[in-house]
Design a protein around this ligand. Structure first.
Ligand SMILES: Cc1ncc(COP(=O)(O)O)c(C=O)c1O
Length: 427
């Protein structure tokens, strides 16, 4: 088949007729398919079902050291649970704060603490400054951008490359502008591309020279152990790289078990330098008497140790891999011959980033929605919801049953073609 980009007008017109017919047939099916959010499927949730009964009737809810998890205390979490995260991520347990059920919540709180109280190295709370700006590698995670937007933090997009954010741009921006106070990073299996930062990128982050003395890297390692199979990517340990250097306060490291156990009922983590931890403690101890230790105990008893989590994640990979394969196979079969799109082929995480032809993402999204297939809104992967090239779409293969996924991704391919043909033919 000829590429769309090589077709003359008559060929494009006839192809448009063919695809329009296909689209009309799809619409007549009355689909109701949702691949908009990166949620685990019920098959995945079943994998940890027995965790729910692990604190059964005979259990006294005490840890081996005798801490009664039913009662107040342990501001930064159960020692056993901190140790579990410590060995999984190779971060000292003393530098780990376990929070509630959501790392996004901890990110929000961390930004708000900086806004209200400031952070070590700074001379005032960020809210007392005329302007606060964050670098936003884009496409990126829409909820990071929402935090900034909601708090009036100006967002500066930075291009993503196959090895992570464009580090030349990052370095020159943070070196020259004191009002740039932070950057959002999803360093492993980034949302939405599934890119893992190269060793060189991580090293450049670890030695970043910033004009602002209170600059912070928000290192959201949400997909640290979320490989699809044995071939997963590896990521340098930025915490260890920075620990003990004069840059260590620059790092806020986030993680959670949301996509290991239960989203919304997992355990979230923030790892900090000693200085950052002492500063955060003064505020967190006012905010709460302690986190949900019963849930932390459930996680410790269920997984036992880091290997328990790694083994368990193999099962998640086995459920997710066929879903990614279906999406990628369909994109290769249906979109590659037309030559109008490109996409990432991640080795883990929850997303695939699809770039359709410039100026057609919003229309593809609209056509898909009209045909009953919901995907993440076009533009959502960019600050302020504005994709400058209107080309990026985030595909989330995890949630729909395989049969529905096959239908949904076919619909998206047809919509991407129709949007391209309409634009090319100016109809
Ligand atoms: C990059 C990233 N960070 C954080 C989260 C949310 O994490 P949590 O459930 O721990 O709040 C998500 C959820 O999709 C995500 O993709």
């Amino acid at each position: 088949m000829k590429k769309y980009t090589e077709m003359d007008r008559a060929e494009l017109l006839s192809e448009r007729q063919r695809i329009q017919n296909e689209y009309d047939d799809i619409k007549a099916q009355g689909y109701k398919l949702d691949m908009s959010r990166g949620k685990p499927s019920s098959e995945q949730l079943r994998l940890t079902e027995s965790m729910l009964g692990i604190l059964n009737k005979g259990c006294d809810c005490k840890t081996d050291e005798g801490i009664d998890c039913r009662n107040y205390g342990q501001l930064f979490g159960l020692p056993e649970a901190r140790q579990l995260f410590s060995s999984l991520l190779d971060i000292p347990a003393d530098n780990i704060i376990l929070g509630g059920n959501s790392s996004l919540n901890m990110m929000y709180d961390t930004v708000v603490r900086a806004m209200l109280y400031g952070v070590p190295g700074g001379d005032r709370p960020w809210c007392k400054l005329d302007r606060v700006k964050f670098l936003c590698p884009s496409p990126g995670y829409d909820r990071h951008f929402s935090i900034c937007e909601s708090l009036g933090i100006e967002m500066i997009p930075v291009d993503m490359t196959p090895t992570g954010p464009d580090m030349d741009a990052v370095e020159s921006l943070v070196a020259s502008d004191e009002s740039i106070k932070g950057i959002w990073c999803v360093p492993k299996y980034s949302n939405p591309q599934g890119i893992t930062y190269s060793d060189e990128t991580v090293r450049r982050f670890a030695r970043l020279e910033c004009k602002a003395k209170d600059f912070r890297i928000f290192w959201d390692n949400a997909y640290a152990v979320h490989d699809l199979d044995e071939e997963g990517d590896s990521l340098l340990n930025i915490f260890r790289l920075m620990q003990g250097t004069d840059k260590e306060d620059m790092l806020y490291f986030f993680f959670s078990t949301s996509k290991i156990s239960f989203p919304g009922s997992g355990v979230a983590m923030l790892a900090l330098s000693d200085g950052n931890l002492a500063a955060a403690k003064k505020i967190i101890e006012v905010q709460t008497i302690g986190p949900d230790k019963i849930n932390q105990l459930r996680h410790v008893k269920y997984f036992t140790n880091a290997e328990g989590i790694v083994d368990h994640m193999r099962l998640h990979g086995m459920v997710l891999k066929p879903r990614f394969d279906v999406v990628l196979g369909t994109l290769r079969k249906e979109l590659a011959p037309a030559g109008i799109a490109s996409w990432t082929e991640p080795k883990g995480g929850y997303f695939i980033s699809l770039d359709v032809a410039d100026g057609t993402a919003a229309e593809t999204y609209r056509l898909a929605a009209e045909a009953g297939v919901k995907i993440t809104k076009a533009g959502a992967t960019f600050p302020y919801g504005k994709d400058p090239r209107d080309r990026n779409l985030r595909l989330a293969p995890s949630y729909p049953p395989l049969r529905e996924l096959i239908e949904a991704i076919h619909v998206i391919c047809v919509c991407a073609k129709l949007a391209y043909l309409d634009k090319a033919l100016n109809v």
